[in-house]
Design a binder for this molecule. Sequence first.
Ligand code: KG4
Ligand code: ZN
Length: 350
Amino acid sequence: MPRYTALMRVLGIESSCDETGVALYDSGAATMVHALHSQVDLHSAYGGVVPELASRDHVRHLLPLIQEVLQRACCAPDQIDAVAVTAGPGLAGALLVGCGVAVALGYALRKPVVAVHHLEGHLLSPLLADPAPEFPFVCLLVSGGHTQLLHVRAPGQYELLGETLDDAAGEAFDKTAQMLGLGYPGGPEVSRMAQFGIPGALSLPRPMLDSGTLDMSFSGLKTAVLTAVRRAGNLCEQARADIAREFVDAAVEVLTAKALLALGRTGLSQLVVAGGVGANVQLRAALQQAVAARGGRVYYPPPALCTDNGAMIAYAGFVRLTLRARAAPAAAAVPIRVRPRWDLCDLDGP
Ligand code: KG4
Ligand code: ZN
């Protein structure tokens, strides 16, 4: 797992949306202790994340989680070498909770605090798996807010190859779940229900499948699900399963075709899949088969690190600190700024 030699204990904090995640990465021992509090139950009654409730819940859980992780890692607070925190993109109030705690800890312990881009955390998380990919690779980043294909040359060197022009794939999963009367978050529910659906029982569009570009679109697919739901009227269990099946088939077909196109265009053979939708079993099976057929290989984060967590932030923070130390050993600390909107290709140096 460790490809950088610096010995460091990095505390990672994630609070950008509806999971409070904390982790301690010890690069010397190559160990990661992490703990997570999910807000799913809190938001499920509303069918989606309520930002103010998310912030308050992060306030409630962050400090106890930090204490738990340090205790489990047998690490006293002053043995931490640095604090890494998600500074964006995400919900402003939720990010402020994590950043506020991280800055206070850094000040009290006189340790550096490093701002981590949430998507860089996802993108580097497959490096924590065994086997891990080698640079360069193509990354398919599929989360609740983003759907992007990136050419990853090295840590910090990301070229956007294509992205969704409207909704993220995860958002389409969540909205489809809502329309089918399934719970929140919708991705796992839609995926489970699709397993009982009859393939091809109805036909939904594959937006931009043959566009010849690496851009994608999922809002038309979402609208087509709405039309199918309305047309079906009173939805019996089988009809719901059929719609879920066709939706999953359509989304997976588009994502797989675009990922293959990205591999072809870059001439690379390794595909890294990161973000919550990467946990989808149908997508995994399709990518595995398609990429293997062209002699390539697909990599994922360890299963527990597919959705939001503190471990990916601790690791990305460690990588950033190592790069920064190499580039400018005596550089002054960079102030932490919350960035609810933040382009992954716009990271400030190492
Ligand atoms: O990466 P993530 O945990 O949070 C963001 O950064 O957005 O991704 C959350 C998204 C949600 O839209 C959720 O429905 C989706 O990932 N998701 C899935 C599955 N597990 C989570 N989508 C499809 N199939 C799954 N098994
Ligand atoms: Zn995420």
